[in-house]
Design a protein. Sequence first.
Length: 255
Amino acid sequence: MPLTEQAMERFKKALRLTTPIITLYDAPPDESFAPLVEAKGRACSFCYYPNWLRGETLVVRQAEGGSFMNPTNGCPGLQSHLGFQKKYPPWMANFLTDGKNGAPMGEGLKASPELAQEWLEKINYPQPSGETILLGPLRLAHWEKARTITIFADPDRLSALMTLSAYWSSDPDEVQAAFSSGCGMLWEVFHSHQKDRPVIGCTDIAMRKYIPPEIMCLTVTRRRFEQMVNFPDDAFLMKTWWNDLMDSREKGKSS
């Protein structure tokens, strides 16, 4: 079914959702996406979470200058995972692990540089159609330019979103929890899927300081989001036990 404003309101009302729904657009910026904010320096895309709360759209431009250590249009990982830059420095596997081989630091994310290198070589980079990617509020007028949709949520609502995203599947592994940077889970990881899969995000330790501690996210394709928003009336979101949970949480906040 097509996506409509009415269906979106029903979806958000059922989830009692007040956190952002952010869309990744493969599109150039214009006034129809306003207000706009530009990714600058080495800023992580998630440091713009307050901007998303205000309804602003982040513009990520392909960097023309700068370097890995002195980026100009958002952090190097963001440029890479959006498909603008497909080459890492020769010490990248060490950067992710032990800090050797001239790496400026070691993040200790994998047991060895060899494992980190294997992961780097498995990345399937997206191919943007132009020199900008936008991250901002869902706008139905630009739905055809949307590539993924990310829903920020607390653990209660994340559990509901996971359940709903797998509602039409019997596969117990329908939802993926991938190893990647926070921005990598917004689009890049989908290019390694053999089938359409939802992705649990906001699990990158480095980006979590930019969002509230109770917030996680789920990212889905446009097709799956349309399915989720148009959930049937007999789905669990309309059942009393889901609403009992929501009522108990709200009662706990007010007591």
